[in-house]
Design a binder for this molecule. Structure first.
Ligand code: G3I
Length: 323
C-alpha cells in the first residue's frame, strides 16, 4: 500500500499531515516517519506557537520551539498549518488575569498577532486564528477575550492576522463542530460574524477528536463540511483527527471499528472539493495527548506505540488509493 500524503495528493487534496512536538523529534524512528513527505505533506506544531510560549510576558517574544518545527517542515518540503493565535488555553497569566479595558486588550491581541504572524510570514500555509471560542451548547465560551470584548475579539484577531500575512489562509478551528447540532450552527455563525465585520476568513478547521464506535457518520460529516462552504469559506479541513478508545487495551474488533470510523472521515473529506486535507493529531499512540488528558484512554492514532501501522492506516490508505 502506498503512503498517505502521496495518495491524498493524487486524489486531489493538498495534503495529509500530522501534528508534532519538539520533544518527539529527538526520537530518530519518529523523526524519519514525520519527515517522510510521501507519508505526511503537512505538519502542525502541537504546542510551540501557542501564546504561552511565544509571548510569555508582555512584549517578550520567543519563537524557538515553533521555529524548530517550521524549519523542519521547510527542510522537508512540507506545508505548515500554524497553530494557534487566540485561545483561552495555554494563555499566559499576564493576559488571562489582567483587568483590561477594551482598548488595552484589543491592542494586546493586535500586537501579539502582528508580531507572531509577521515572524512566520510566508511560512504558514494557514493560521488557526481563533481556537475553540464556543461552548457545547453553541454559546460563547467565557474567557478574558469574551469577557472584555464580547464577540468583537474574533474579527479583531482575523483582521490583524490578514494584515500581517495576507497570503496565509485564516481559519476558525474548533472541536465537536464536525457534525450537526448547536455547536456546528454556532460555528457557521462565526463565519458570518467575521464577514459582517468586514474581515477575511478562509476556512473552518474541524478538529475531529472522536471516540471509537461513536464517531459521526459519513453523511452527516459531509453535509456539515458543505454547510461551512455554503456559509462562505473557500476551504475546510480536518485539523486534529484522532479516534480514541475509552477502554484499553483495545481488541482486534475494536481496531476494525476504529478503521471504519477513520474511513468515514476520509470519505467525507474526499466527497467535498473544498476539503483541502486531513491532519492527524500526531501519528503515533506513543506521543498522543490523550492519555494525559483522559486517564486510561488512548490508542487513537494511525500508528501504535511501536510505530507499527494499525488497521486504520491500511483503511485510510486504501480509501485514498481508490479515490
Ligand atoms: O512544556 C512543559 C514542560 O516544560 C513540562 O516539563 C511538562 C510537564 O508536564 O509540561 C510541558 O507542557 C505540556 C505541553 O503540552 C507540552 O508538552 C503541558 O503540560 C500540556 O498540557 C500540553 O498539552 C497540550 C494540550 O494541547 C494543552 O491544552 C498537548 O500537547 C496538545 O496536543 C494539545 O493540543 C490541543 C490543540 O492545541 C487544540 N485542540 C485540542 C488539542 C488536544 O488537547
Amino acid at each position: 500500500l502506498a503512503q498517505l500524503n502521496k495518495l491524498a495528493e493524487a486524489a486531489g487534496k493538498l495534503y495529509l499531515g500530522s501534528a508534532t512536538d519538539n520533544s518527539e523529534l529527538s526520537n530518530s524512528s519518529y523523526l524519519a516517519i514525520i519527515s517522510d513527505t510521501d507519508e505526511f505533506g503537512e505538519i502542525t506544531p502541537g504546542n510551540g506557537q501557542k501564546w504561552q510560549y511565544t509571548e510569555p510576558s508582555q512584549g517578550t517574544f520567543s519563537y524557538t520551539s515553533g521555529d524548530q518545527i517550521v524549519d523542519l517542515a521547510e527542510a522537508n518540503g512540507q506545508l505548515v498549518r500554524c497553530h494557534t493565535l487566540v485561545w483561552h488555553s495555554q494563555l499566559p497569566s499576564w493576559v488571562s488575569s489582567g483587568s483590561w479595558t477594551t482598548a488595552q486588550l484589543t491592542s494586546i491581541i493586535q500586537t501579539h498577532i502582528a508580531n507572531e504572524v509577521s515572524h512566520y510570514k510566508g511560512q504558514c500555509y494557514s493560521w488557526d486564528v481563533v481556537n475553540e471560542a464556543l461552548n457545547e451548547d453553541g454559546t460563547y465560551r467565557t474567557s478574558v477575550f469574551y469577557t472584555v470584548l464580547g464577540t468583537d475579539y474574533i474579527p479583531i484577531a482575523f483582521e490583524a492576522a490578514a494584515a500581517a500575512d495576507p497570503a496565509a489562509k485564516l481559519y476558525y478551528n474548533d472541536y465537536n463542530i464536525e457534525y450537526s447540532g448547536a455547536k456546528h450552527t454556532a460555528a457557521v455563525g462565526i463565519i458570518d460574524l467575521i464577514q459582517t465585520a468586514g474581515a477575511k476568513i478562509d476556512g473552518v478547521g474541524l478538529q475531529a477528536h472522536f471516540i471509537v464506535g461513536s464517531s459521526p457518520g459519513q453523511a452527516d460529516l459531509t453535509n456539515v463540511l458543505k454547510a461551512y462552504v455554503a456559509a462562505g469559506v473557500s476551504e475546510v479541513a480536518y485539523t486534529e483527527l484522532d479516534i480514541r478508545f475509552t477502554t484499553l487495551p483495545y481488541t482486534a474488533a475494536g481496531l476494525q471499528q476504529q478503521a471504519s470510523d477513520y474511513a468515514a472521515v476520509t470519505k467525507a473529506c474526499l466527497a467535498v472539493n473544498e476539503c483541502v486535507g486531513i491532519t492527524i493529531w500526531d501519528f503515533t499512540d506513543k506521543y498522543s495527548w490523550i492519555p494525559s488528558t483522559f486517564a486510561g484512554q488512548g490508542g487513537a492514532c494511525l500508528y501504535d506505540e511501536n510505530f507499527s501501522k494499525k488497521p486504520a492506516w491500511t483503511t485510510v490508505s486504501s480509501i485514498l488509493a481508490a479515490a
